[in-house]
Design a protein around this ligand. Sequence first.
Ligand SMILES: [Zn+2]
Length: 488
Amino acid sequence: MAAETGTARQVAASWLLPSAEAPTVAGQSITIDNGRIVAVAPDTKASAAGTLALPAFANAHDHARVVRVSQVGSYDVPLEAWLPYLALIPAIDPWLASVVAFARTARGGVGSVMAHYTRVQGLTDFPTEARAVAKAARDVGINVALAVHCRDLNPLVYDTHDDVLAKLSPQACDCITRRFLRPPVPAAEQVAMVDAVARDIEGDNVTVQYGPAGVQWCTDEMLRLIGEASARTGRRVHMHLLETRYQRIWADKTFPQGIVRYLDEIGLLNERVSFAHCIYLRPDEMELIAERGATIVVNTSSNFIVSSGLAPVGEMLARGCRVAMGLDGLAFDEDEDALREMRLAYNVHKARGFDVRVPRADILRFAFEHGRFAVTGAADGGRIAPGAPADLLLLDWEALSAELVEPDVPPLHLLLAKGRQDYIKGLIVGGREVVRDGTVATVDLPAMETELLATLRKAAPSTADMRTAMPELSAALAAHYGNDFYCG
Ligand SMILES: [Zn+2]
């Protein structure tokens, strides 16, 4: 599959999908040197390689989480009641947690990932933890943007939480107060921490972004500070936006001028910013986002799983938005399969009869071009061409095409009809072989997963208080979001 001559490496492809807009071409040899693609040339011998090469995928919204929904009993819970379930996950060694998350991401076909770090393990100070996350990223070898979480508002619900606490027993109220209602670190300190962490860990394949949790979770002071800091430093910003109908109602009551116009006023609507979800955007807001060049990250599986809704992807594209793909730690089969995620999004949004809403080139940009830009800030990726970064995904063409009856079915049809991570043979990121023969080559993922599961099970009693309080909290949250504020 890959041969090395001197420092350069050759990758032979039976088929090459060079970019979102270019057709697949047969029999190509790709030369990689010093982390970049230096040549792509026809090679008749390459036809026998049994490989379909395409740009590595990007996962532009994730959280470096290691626990699947069903592992902590939070399947089928709407987002607002689901978020507190994260407190059931015990704090563990951040390197172990991150290395498993990044290795699973790589095995799922992703070369660049946004780690919106909303769940700090907290066993040490944050700079020490961030160093461990950066080390995990480098050990695995994929591009990681660590979006450092900033939050100082609405710790439990999107408005006052008195009615929620009033519904709880004294024991549950004590637990929730202890775990969720600690006074926040001052906004300026949180923003300064992002810059300090960036100075400490950035380099190679790791970058740092400001990661405000979302408008409903940050004070005006916090968001303005981030808008100013991003303009000053050029550092990118990643945040949640309008993920649920309750967030939309809260936003409409809080910002008479409109939440997207508010973001524009405070310097958080520009090319440096990416927004996760955006399910409840209105057409005029999509147009403003498109005009300012911000990126929208759609998370189809996650939106199904936590019952948030369906993003208007066709409308976003029609209004000119740059739309990228995210898995949000909630892939449909509780794996990290980026190929299936792309296919799911495509099948959900592609067309109504003959009215095509998502052209194939757009779903490919969604999968490997726009997300890479949101993660790395570099616009030269998502393509296999001389000068581009050497981020390649290599699929097993023999297996993918094994059942063909008609020999000339385009490779792209097979990719969109049945592509999934089982077909992944290799993943190359910055010229480094991260997945080889379908297995993560840089770290021992199965051994780490075994260690992780044992660690989580051993530490599970540390969150027993939360487990006891969950049924009461869930019922109180359901009642809260059914109240007049959200229904009236
Ligand atoms: Zn998220």
